[in-house]
Design a protein. Sequence first.
Length: 289
Amino acid sequence: MDIEAAARAVKDRGESTRRPGRDPVNLPMVRNWLEALGDDSPAYTEVAPPAMAQVWTMGGLHHRRADDDPLGAMLAVLDDAGYTSIVATDCEQTYHRYLRYGEEVAIASRLETVVGPKRTALGDGWFVTTRNTWYVGDEPVAEMMFRVLKFAPAPAEPKPAPVIRPMVNRDTEYFWEGTARGELRVQQCGGCGELRHPPGPMCPSCTETKPGYVVASGLGEVYSYVVHHHPPVPGHTLPFVVALVELEEGVRFMAELAVPPEEVHIGLPVRIGFRRVDDELTMPVWRRR
Ligand code: ZN
């Protein structure tokens, strides 16, 4: 099968039939979404957050792609050609206006480009770009460019690294210097004093670019967690727990939690500990207190 010819055929079909969302834009869904993101903005009493565009047409757990869905068609072609793995690489959303409660949203999709084959770190593959457009009636209200890499997996590395090392850069080196000294450091804005984690170059509240840090007490409670079963992680015995912990200081911080999965629960009081890997790296790890 000629991939480029198949791509042209799918592209020539243009936009798919519009598929309506399951429910109108509604406040209960917005509340859940804001809560999950920890956003307590009061701005959404009459309109929904623009970034929720995709939410309104999600098909649920047992969703099946429509027969004229261009991404589904292109993925099938690439599967047949041996490019069996997939990873999303980037997406860009454009919002034309706010959505109001009660509006019925429908989605349609068209294929923009299929580019390849390209050699990537994951393996040789094709970049497939689609454009989703959300409509209310005939009015486009939001769009999303969505790109995936569909690739043939490269053979596994013969020897895995003994440990996955964090990226240390100018924004984060204070943190790793802290762990080496047994300190949990939280970035603090040099302008307004706000604490933030993960660290970044600029304060999102006052845009000051002189970050400092405070040493946190290292005490907190489990805010959320996952039990990691697969894939294997060098230096770890499976399964293990990764916890998002709310610190006493109010920011949330993610690290491994050294507690058996069946004993972990939301609200579990924890204390930070430090695991020395080698001269250059000390990892923070949560322990029960
Ligand atoms: Zn600030």
